[in-house]
Ligand binder design. Structure first.
Ligand code: 13P
Length: 251
């Protein structure tokens, strides 16, 4: 049985005052709530601020990105150890916005996922096709290429700590989510690919999140699908009320 996981990706939103307010709202509303792993992924600047609020409750911290070196002269970058130091347990890697605006390739994402695993962070590795690719019937090929590149050289032990997020690019921030059936088709493919490339045991325990216009109104339907184990939520994670409703509606 895979425990549902709902992660909020705040992207480049929230100053410290705003982050405190949002986190406190989520904490108050989820006090005593069980059965779902909840992860907040705020910007780097408020990681410690958020951690100080959630450290005494069962809500985990995640970062939105990392660099693969442990330390060094890499101006502007943040290492996996620094993320652990701020209280992170999770880190998003390969988000489509990083692929699109910062030219991240599968090779770069591979290094980041590996670096995260090396220090005991749980990477949430994102894959997903563009609208053009979907319309050309290339969705499964694109996902396969991304999985092959991002997870190259990994062992079964690595895969046990991995989370995959399927985020169709055309569904991100558009208000147009993938249907439950569209999500299930890709999630099932991902699980089968993991079984073939790692093991059936890893595939059975690996959590696959859906991301792209997840809202309180559509989470139930998505979660009803056999291979949808949670969600990576963007816009709706920026308000405590909508994020909490998504968490509560996910089981
Ligand atoms: P939205 O929920 O705003 O569509 O964003 C999804 C996303 O990119 C989460 O990482």
């Amino acid at each position: 049985m895979r425990k549902p996981l709902i992660a909020g990706n705040w992207k480049m939103y929230k100053t410290s005052d705003q982050a405190v307010k949002l986190t406190a709202g989520i904490k108050a509303a989820l006090k005593g709530f069980e059965g779902v792993d909840v992860v907040l992924c705020p910007p780097f600047t408020v990681l410690s601020t958020v951690y100080n609020i959630i450290s005494d409750i069962d809500i985990q911290l995640g970062a939105q990105d990392l660099y693969w070196e442990k330390e060094g002269a890499f101006t502007g970058e943040i290492s996996p150890i620094m993320l652990k130091d701020c209280g992170c347990e999770f880190v998003i890697s390969g988000h489509s916005e990083r692929r699109k605006y910062f030219s991240e390739t599968n090779e770069i994402i591979n290094k980041k996922v590996k670096a995260a695993l090396d220090v005991g962070l749980k990477p949430i590795c994102c894959v997903g096709e563009t609208l053009e690719e979907r319309e050309a019937g290339k969705t499964i090929d694109v996902i396969k290429t991304q999985l092959t590149g991002c997870l190259a050289g990994f062992e079964i032990g690595d895969a046990l700590n991995l989370i995959i997020a399927y985020e169709p690019v055309w569904a991100i921030g558009t208000g147009k989510n993938a249907t439950a059936a569209q999500a299930q088709e890709v999630h099932k493919f991902i699980r089968t690919w993991i079984a073939e490339n790692f093991s059936q045991g890893v595939a059975n325990s690996l959590r696959i999140l859906y991301g792209g216009s997840v809202k309180p109104a559509n989470i139930k339907e998505l979660m009803n699908e056999e291979d949808v184990d949670g969600a990576l939520v963007g816009g709706a994670s920026l308000e405590a009320s909508s994020f909490v409703e998504i968490v509560k509606n996910s089981i």
